[in-house]
Write a protein that binds this ligand. Structure first.
Ligand code: DON
Length: 306
């Protein structure tokens, strides 16, 4: 594949759209990011990295962190995880509470806020809040081969100050017995993992194991079982973009996860991992220009799984 040519094509197709969408402002620390930023990184199984624009600039990975906590929880907790969280698309916004009342406090899937809070609660129950974050960071740093990756504390504090909806979700689930730790302890870990700052290059590199049956092809480390890897990809494909998941799959045809920081991670099974960042979001909280760039990438590479 002529990557230079592929990247040039993507750049040309997104250039007129740069700055589109609305930067998330419900977390005040995210509101100040320049909406014209755009970065993209592709990391292949042989370690080849191809990057575009602001691919080496740090951004808040937000909900993309849910893929890493899910991977860690499937390893630490195993399949009992699914007793407290489902695996159906919600068709609702990422922070919605409506389904929880009819569904006994069991969230639809681990990638909406309520489900990710349950996943984090599982980890905090076993490891405690600070060790959960320390171990998560350790895994991400090893995968990305970069010790500098850390939580942006200013974003974490801002999230906590603006976190009443997540407190409501966690307290509501606790009333059904589906949150085991004190709400503030679980949320402290949740706010921290959402506030991890990474570059597109680091993110694509760290997620490469998901394209290769759970085994990082460069280090040879088996991060999750091949069965867990298939399941994580399936959940990303069906639930990775909340009420925008169907449209994303229709347009891009790859398992993916978006975050309100404007990042999107996609997995191209047996090829590699791609991370794109552009802070302007569509109505469902997915990067508007980022998803256009991915559409162009899939068109040029034929990587859609369909
Ligand atoms: O809990 C929140 O609202 C944020 N920390 C994460 C939300 C998010 O990224 C949703 N994604 N599109």
């Amino acid at each position: 594949m002529d990557w230079e040519c592929v990247l040039q094509g993507i750049e040309a197709s997104v250039e007129p759209m740069r700055g589109q969408g609305k930067v998330a402002d419900y977390i005040p620390a995210l509101a100040a990011v320049d909406p014209r930023k755009f970065g993209l990184a592709v990391v292949l199984g042989d370690g080849t990295q191809s990057c575009l624009g602001d691919a080496d600039e740090l951004f808040s990975i937000q909900s993309i962190s849910k893929v890493f906590t899910l991977s860690m929880a499937l390893r630490v907790v195993g399949d009992t995880l699914w007793e407290r969280v489902g695996r159906e698309p919600s068709g609702s916004p990422f922070n919605s509470i409506v389904q929880l009342e009819h569904e006994r406090g069991i969230p639809r899937n681990p990638l909406i806020n309520a489900g990710a809070i349950v996943v984090t609660d599982h980890l905090v129950e076993r490891l405690g809040s600070s060790k959960t974050i320390a171990e998560l960071l350790d895994r991400i740093r090893r995968l990305a081969d970069d010790d500098s990756i850390k939580v942006d504390q200013a974003v974490a504090e801002s999230e906590s100050l603006a976190g009443e909806r997540n407190r409501a979700l966690a307290s509501f689930m606790k009333s059904y017995g589906n949150i085991k730790c004190p709400v503030e302890e679980t949320l402290a870990a949740y706010f921290c993992h959402c506030s991890i700052a990474m570059t597109c290059r680091q993110l694509a590199r760290a997620a490469l194991f998901l394209a290769f049956d759970g085994c990082d092809p460069i280090s040879g480390q088996q991060m999750v079982s091949s069965q867990a890897c298939r399941r994580i990809n399936a959940v990303m494909m069906s639930c990775g973009h909340y009420d925008n998941s169907g449209d994303f799959t229709y347009r891009i045809g790859l398992p993916g996860k978006s975050g309100v920081g404007g990042g999107i991670l996609v997995i191209a099974p047996r090829h590699g991992a791609v991370a794109v960042w552009s802070p302007g979001l569509n109505q469902a909280g997915t990067s508007a220009v980022g998803s256009l760039a991915l559409e162009a990438l899939v068109k040029a590479t034929g990587w859609s799984v369909f």
